[in-house]
Design a protein around this ligand. Structure first.
Ligand SMILES: NC(=O)c1ccc[n+]([C@@H]2O[C@H](COP(=O)([O-])OP(=O)(O)OC[C@H]3O[C@@H](n4cnc5c(N)ncnc54)[C@H](O)[C@@H]3O)[C@@H](O)[C@H]2O)c1
Length: 383
């Protein structure tokens, strides 16, 4: 749902009482990122976790010192829980988002926001009908690196952005993920699994996208799990694993974006390099909050590393949830919001269609650039 945009001048204080949070989906990212994130922010109080496999929820609760690990139904029936963090697999995101909204809970969902446009649109409509908030990862764009890049771009250091080149080139998440088959099913692959990091960053820095063109390939139709208990097990690949897209922004900027799980050997291409009328800027891997922002200004002929202007250099997830908790208490817009996630989902769906032969595809949705994070925040602080 839309509320007035927040500006850095429009600050509110931290919530006086923390927002009570439940996690649904107790797998890899819950344990390594979101449980620690909930402990980091005073505006969040994690009170329960749930999974369709209740033993997993009980295990996470034990390891993390949470009061309860339950079934999803039990968590949603708890009137104390105000906000659910949905950390299920992409194929379950929309179903769980709807269940949370039906139970009267605000919901923050891991990416992608849905596996197709219809899923995303239906969740947004349901939330608006019920007067509840929907948020979505990735929130790494609220971290130090992307906010530092935004600060310098907005200050005009590289002039008007006219184009760019972005690369997410890696060798197979099945080498490290304990249960990776979902990453090769509809709603995942490098486009839907990793695209949102790049698109949320580009939208934050340049604004919304107007049109896309693309090509894609599935290099291997079967992959083999390389880690932990399922090591050696083969699974089928259902989606393209090497995707190249050309994005035209409403601003006029033209950016090429390649997302691949097929690159053997380490690429030396930058994750993100944008070209401005007064210079170029490199943004580090948007899957994380840290890394160096480098700028090469016209006439200087050398790359300079710029010191971070913003906080949240460590920890890779959670700022967006804490920001949403503040929005729940204050009534202001949250930055990692559903409209932004829906625009990114629409772009990814359009890239898939263009790659499948639809030619250039116009993007029907749009969104506001989320408000910049304020300067000078202490850790755990949002506004
Ligand atoms: N693992 C990472 O490093 C990582 C990083 C960033 C984002 N993510 C995102 O986080 C989400 C979860 O990824 P993960 O790696 O933790 O996966 P995972 O497979 O390790 O965990 C997912 C959990 O969700 C549970 N689940 C599935 N469907 C459910 C349903 N309908 N109701 C309740 N529980 C259900 C599963 O039982 C499992 O415990 C995905 O959207 C992924 O894209 C993961």
């Amino acid at each position: 749902m839309s509320r007035p945009a927040t500006s850095t001048a429009d600050r509110v204080t931290m919530p006086t009482s923390p927002v009570r949070v439940g996690i649904v989906g107790c797998g890899d990212i819950a344990k390594k990122a979101y449980v620690p994130a909930c402990k980091r922010f005073p505006g969040l109080e994690l009170v329960a976790c749930a999974d369709r496999d209740v033993a997993r929820a009980e295990g996470l609760a034990r390891e993390s010192g949470l009061p309860a690990g339950t079934s999803v139904a039990a968590l949603l029936a708890d009137p104390a829980i105000e906000l659910v963090i949905n950390l299920t697999i992409p194929q379950a995101h929309a179903e769980v988002n709807h269940a949370c909204l039906a139970a009267g809970k605000h919901v923050y969902c891991e990416k992608p926001f849905g596996i197709d446009r219809d899923e995303g649109r239906a969740v947004l409509a349901e939330a608006a009908k019920r007067g509840l908030l929907v948020g979505s990862a990735p929130d790494t764009v609220l971290g130090s690196a992307v906010q530092t890049a935004r600060h310098h771009i907005d200050a005009g250091l590289v002039g008007r952005i006219i184009g760019g080149s972005c690369h997410m080139l890696c060798d197979a998440p099945e080498t490290w993920h304990p249960n990776p088959a979902f990453l090769y099913q509809r709603g995942a692959g490098p486009l839907f699994d990793m695209g949102a990091y790049y698109l949320h960053t580009l939208i934050t820095l340049i604004g919304p996208v107007r049109r896309v063109a693309a090509a894609a390939a599935t290099t291997w139709t079967s992959r083999t799990i390389g880690s932990q208990s399922l090591r050696g097990q083969a699974f089928a690949v259902e989606v393209p694993t090497h995707v190249s897209a050309l994005l035209t922004f409403h601003s006029g900027a033209i950016v090429n974006l390649t997302l691949s799980f097929d690159v053997r050997g380490t690429s030396t291409l930058p994750n993100m390099e944008l070209f401005g009328t007064e210079g170029s800027i490199q943004i580090p891997d948007p899957n994380f909050c840290d890394g160096d922002v480098r700028i090469n200004r016209r006439g200087v002929h050398a790359w300079t590393t710029y010191q971070p202007t913003h906080g949240y250099r460590t920890g890779s997830r959670g700022v967006g949830v804490a920001d949403m908790a503040l929005a729940i208490r204050s009534g202001r817009t949250h930055r990692a919001n559903g409209e932004l996630a829906m625009h990114a989902l629409d772009i990814m769906a359009a890239i898939a269609e263009a790659a499948a032969g639809a030619g250039q595809v116009d993007i029907a949705t749009t969104c506001e650039r989320p408000a910049a994070m304020p300067l000078g925040l202490s850790d755990g602080e949002i506004d």
